[in-house]
Design a protein around this ligand. Structure first.
Ligand SMILES: [Zn+2]
Length: 85
């Protein structure tokens, strides 16, 4: 670093005075859970009193996919064990 570019400690401190992390401000959803403002609630999927995320459908789809994968694996393992015989 060139001497011309060197800052005083006060200059560095003044610049870094804005670098602190602020705590996230949370509001309470109508379902009672805490949520970030201007975001849909992760618990009930509501935004401005309206359901915008179909959380139940999502969880159902996820479990359906998991069971499908499990069945597929079981079938594959069954065919493998038969092929080894
Ligand atoms: Zn909610």
């Amino acid at each position: 670093m060139v001497v011309r570019m060197r800052h005083t400690r006060a200059h560095t401190g003044n610049r870094r005075s804005h670098h602190a992390i602020k705590a996230q401000v949370l509001s309470v959803c109508e379902c009672g859970a805490k949520r970030v403002s201007h975001r849909a609630c992760p618990v009930c999927g509501r935004y401005k009193g309206r359901v915008v995320i179909d959380l139940l459908g999502k969880s159902q789809a996820r479990t359906a996919k998991r069971t499908q994968l499990k069945n597929k694996r079981a079938v594959q393992e069954g065919t493998k064990s038969e092929a080894q015989k």
